[in-house]
Write a protein that binds this ligand. Structure first.
Ligand SMILES: [Zn+2]
Ligand SMILES: [Zn+2]
Ligand SMILES: [Zn+2]
Length: 324
């Protein structure tokens, strides 16, 4: 997992948001609609203490960092003139553009084939065919609905499909689809994999980093070291002693989620990096454990291995292994 997740995980606003997910009172973050702002996320605004649209940028950033998943939830239409979301739709006459139109159903008398708008069939409270004067009683048998038909009250013309126009209730601007401004809004949920990394950071790396700082080291997490080969190597923690003597300690953490020993490959790769960057001391924190062959490799490569059954046990074991 890259530094993006870790950088975000140190942000207190992010910590507040994740705590809400973890405590179970938040599962999916959905936007709510209000006429003034369009779609917004009031829960998130409250948690991070930032007004709209700050919460949108915050969520987008966490999505980019891979911490949140998202899916398209809604799309909001904004006024092309004033930006308000208080926009209605008007169905207009294609001839004169008036929205003063009447919508009716087309009815076909199955027996004689006569078709007209519903009003022409209405006699008192019955439906009667204007052509053959027979009464229509059963829909789908005597008669069928054959679509819609609109008549313009302004110019008197008839048509089947009206033309949509938008009307802004704030500034009274009328605009066609071509000028419409859309914005997508997403529902967000936690990316479980990223959260494992975050949890590891909070429970293992952050406490060990603080501990090293208290011991007088300059700590970077994650940290980069330039190797003799010219390649830069990344470690979970790079701690540099502040004295005149060169003293660089690197720490990597490997977690096996299956409870099996962590793969030996991890130790070989770590050795290649520590050897190239000439570190003074290298620690590998293995959660929960390392294999017998892995232990042999580590001792050959002079990598100090700390096995911790659980992440929250790692700091104590690390402290004990570090000479004072
Ligand atoms: Zn407007
Ligand atoms: Zn018209
Ligand atoms: Zn008829």
């Amino acid at each position: 997992m890259g530094g993006g997740v870790r950088a975000e995980s140190r942000d207190t606003r992010f910590q507040a948001l994740v705590s809400r997910f973890m405590s179970g009172d938040l599962h999916v973050i959905r936007p709510v609609f209000d006429l003034k702002h369009g779609l917004r996320y009031p829960d998130v605004e409250e948690i991070i203490g930032e007004p709209h649209p700050g919460e949108e940028e915050f969520l987008a950033r966490l999505y980019d960092a891979g911490i949140l998943n998202r899916e398209l939830y809604d799309s909001v239409l904004y006024c092309a003139n004033c930006g308000s979301a208080n926009v209605s739709i008007r169905y207009c006459c294609p001839y004169c553009k008036s929205f003063n139109i009447r919508k009716s159903s087309l009815i076909e008398h199955v027996k004689c084939g006569y078709m007209d708008v519903e009003e022409k069939f209405c006699v008192e409270k019955k439906l009667v065919c204007p052509k053959c004067h027979e009464e229509l009683t059963k829909m789908g048998v005597d008669y069928r609905k054959a679509g819609v038909w609109c008549t313009c009250n302004n110019c008197g013309k008839s048509f089947d499909i009206p033309v949509p126009h938008h009307f802004c209730r704030e500034c009274r601007h009328v605009f066609p689809f071509e000028q419409a401004v859309f914005k997508e809004a997403y529902a967000y949920s936690l990316n479980e994999e990223a959260i494992k990394q975050v949890a590891l950071d909070w429970t293992v790396l952050a406490p060990i980093g603080s501990f090293m700082e208290e011991r007088g080291f300059k700590v970077e997490s994650p940290g980069l070291l330039g190797g003799k080969s010219g390649v830069k190597h990344m470690f979970d923690i790079v701690a540099r002693g502040k004295g005149t003597v060169r003293n660089i300690i690197v720490i990597n953490v490997s977690v096996s989620t299956t409870r099996e020993p962590i793969p030996d490959q991890f130790i070989i790769e770590m050795f290649a990096k520590t050897f190239d960057s000439a570190v003074d001391k290298a620690f590998l924190i293995a959660i929960p454990k390392i294999s017998k062959s892995g232990r042999k490799l580590a001792s050959l490569y002079k990598i100090h291995v700390i096995e911790a059954e659980k992440p929250d046990k790692a700091l104590k074991k690390f402290e004990a292994s570090l000479p004072s």
